[in-house]
Design a protein around this ligand. Sequence first.
Ligand SMILES: Cc1cc2nc3c(=O)[nH]c(=O)nc-3n(C[C@H](O)[C@H](O)[C@H](O)COP(=O)(O)OP(=O)(O)OC[C@H]3O[C@@H](n4cnc5c(N)ncnc54)[C@H](O)[C@@H]3O)c2cc1C
Length: 424
Amino acid sequence: MYVRLKGTGQVYAIEGPTRFWDCQPIGSRVRCTEVIAQTWPEKQRILDMVSDEGPWERIEAHEFGKTARAASSLGMELFTQRTELTPKKSVPLAPLTTFGVKASAQWFVEACDVSDVREALTWASTHSQPLTVLGGGSNMLLHQDVEGLVLRIAIKGVELVQEDGEHVQVSAGAGEVWHDFVMHTLDQGWGGLENLSLIPGSVGASPMQNIGAYGVEIKDHFAWLDAVNVADGSLKRFGPEECDFGYRESVFKRGQKDRWVIVRVAFNLQRNAPLRMGYGAIEQELQHVPVSDRTARDVSEAVIRIRQSKLPDPSVVGNAGSFFKNPTVSASVAESLLVTYPDMPHFPQLSGDVKLAAGWLIEQAGWKGVSRGTHGVHDKQALVLVNHGGATGAEVWQLAQDVMASVADKFGVHLEPEVNQIGL
Ligand SMILES: Cc1cc2nc3c(=O)[nH]c(=O)nc-3n(C[C@H](O)[C@H](O)[C@H](O)COP(=O)(O)OP(=O)(O)OC[C@H]3O[C@@H](n4cnc5c(N)ncnc54)[C@H](O)[C@@H]3O)c2cc1C
């Protein structure tokens, strides 16, 4: 939204509830200042500017642009005065993570753009504080209070990068909510991400573990990502090869762990993308819709219904989705297990190895629905550990270890956590 202070040449571009540009002609110069509203009076000023009663009047974008451009075309310096990023002390993290276990950040700050990220990195390094990056907090278990600086990524903005009628490339700020982004792409008629509907978390974390569901992983549509180097603040673009995606894996969880802050991710999508309905119960959910009428939106809605019927809603019961990865074993191990457990779900891989269903193994080991009061194993999906309320990260981790030990005991198969363990 653009406004002018009535009767003056002073114009403003309001970019959100906490940020605006203020362009003010001063003699023959124009001074443009970016204001990030962190205090209440500044935030109130934004509310006043957008209300119709104050001394501000709405103007068109081009009127603002005329003044703002004057700042640069006159050869004037474009002042950008940023409010200093000030980390807050002792910020509770339970409301910012889906497991909801009690823990605080020693220091906490939010980044709305790349400059904020760089400023936060500088702060952490000058104060000799370790850095923990936080997105939507839906894939982490906090074992204790987090030492150092927790940097929450709140970079917004979806941009159409290129389009040729059928194919589109679209990028999104790392702080966009993943599901909202998927819904936006479907609203625009861009198919590809529908099977990944309702996965919690942020766009920026999606490449971390190459999120996947219902036969699709983001690597199938990934174009590139931009990330800030934690060591020197430089910005680098990663293509698909450099990300080295695997099953719930990427280079950012392995060799490049903790070295990058992802700030923007781009995807290749398609207007008439082929639908993928052969996984899980999607086909069954859509049986009432004639095959020729089915759309990406139908698939998305089917996925949402299936997920809601199976997975606990983190706003009701704390969890981080699948706590463990599905393990992969050699063909010979799978064969010998199948002799004892002929019903065991197993999925031969191109490599010759065989993937097993961790949920089935945990259920067979007797853990489905087991409760330890404050926490336990979900009663509909044994892959999910839950915080019924008041559990600590250490208690949930003890349960995870007991589950892993008992599956190893019964099947000789080692489970690996999918959830990131913070402060272990
Ligand atoms: C109910 C439920 C269902 C789920 N279902 C699925 C599923 O079907 N498939 C699936 O793959 N996952 C699933 N998940 C896991 C989770 O939603 C995803 O892993 C998601 O991508 C995590 O995003 P986030 O923003 O919450 O990441 P966070 O939990 O905030 O962070 C995860 C890791 O990424 C790092 N990180 C986060 N953002 C950035 C960034 N911008 N730059 C650098 N590092 C960063 C963090 O430091 C941390 O190590 C589920 C979780 C829940 C609670």
